[in-house]
Design a protein around this ligand. Sequence first.
Ligand SMILES: C[S@@+](CC[C@H](N)C(=O)[O-])C[C@H]1O[C@@H](n2cnc3c(N)ncnc32)[C@H](O)[C@@H]1O
Length: 331
Amino acid sequence: MSNRAFKHLTVMRDEVVRALSPKDDGVYVDATLGGGGHTEALLEASEGARVVGLDRDQVAIEAAKERLAPFGARFEAVHARFGDAGEVVPKVAAKAGKPGVDGIVADLGVSSPQLDDATRGMSFRKEASDAPLDMRMDRSQGRTVRELIEELEEEALADVIFDFGEERRSRKIAKSIKRAETEGQLATTGDLRHAIYRAVGGDKEHGIDPATRTFQALRIAVNDELGELDRLLAALPTLLAGDGVAAIISFHSLEDGRVKRAFADEAVWDVTSKKPIVATEAETAENPRARSAKLRVARRRREGEVRDERTEKQAKYEARKARRHGTGAGS
Ligand SMILES: C[S@@+](CC[C@H](N)C(=O)[O-])C[C@H]1O[C@@H](n2cnc3c(N)ncnc32)[C@H](O)[C@@H]1O
């Protein structure tokens, strides 16, 4: 897919640049390269910063390479899952002769081209009804959603739809999907949508298509999106140099809760704002996808920083106490 065909509106571009404030000699990782929007913004914001972009989708990698070619050696793309960042990023830092990278951004979920490309089977839109039941971001490996549905018993399928889609009618929906499978009526995304409508009706609820949650749940399961995020979050503290910054944009509560909990460890992280940063009204008016975006930013503390802060506080306390009791130096 050419760069011109890869149309994805970057969410909270300026906020991410402010959070990472790239230094000229800095090395940064964009864990979700996608169309290259955040990477481009970071490269433009400094004279010399370098960015290594990861993506599990080869199509995204090729499009980003084309877009970012003008930055020459300051940009590099790696076809990898960010769940493997624990292996990939230390190599990036070592190559730059650094103990860790200076910043990492992750803009979770799928890109617009992935949703819009009918052949990927992620969309429930009528125009994409003939798409095969695939849903993989990386089509070179892993099982398709058709294979996942085949593999799961009805109850386990219902659990997936409930847990990852927060869909309270998950049991009915799972039953109907399994029935469609047995009847040989489950080959396309149109068939899947039809099975969902058969269970819960096709009317929109508060403007939301009744297939939305189930499609989201199955996509999350096929791509192990939460497992990938957990692995990235577990590795993060070891990937960043002291004072390095992590900026993570999530799009639903299952992701945001995980990010919030990971950053709660005060011995490791200095969270820059307690509440997540949200997109401006101007941005959400232009890009509806930005409405549900939440950006959390945390600085990796320097080695011994908490200990030093505690020692400092303790010393101040001792001095105050000594003054009160008239036992301080010079008394
Ligand atoms: C929302 S898009 C990123 C868009 C990008 N920030 C931009 O502005 O152009 C998310 C991208 O992350 C990729 N992705 C999702 N999960 C991934 C994972 N576990 N490992 C690597 N890439 C992943 C997707 O393939 C997709 O291209």
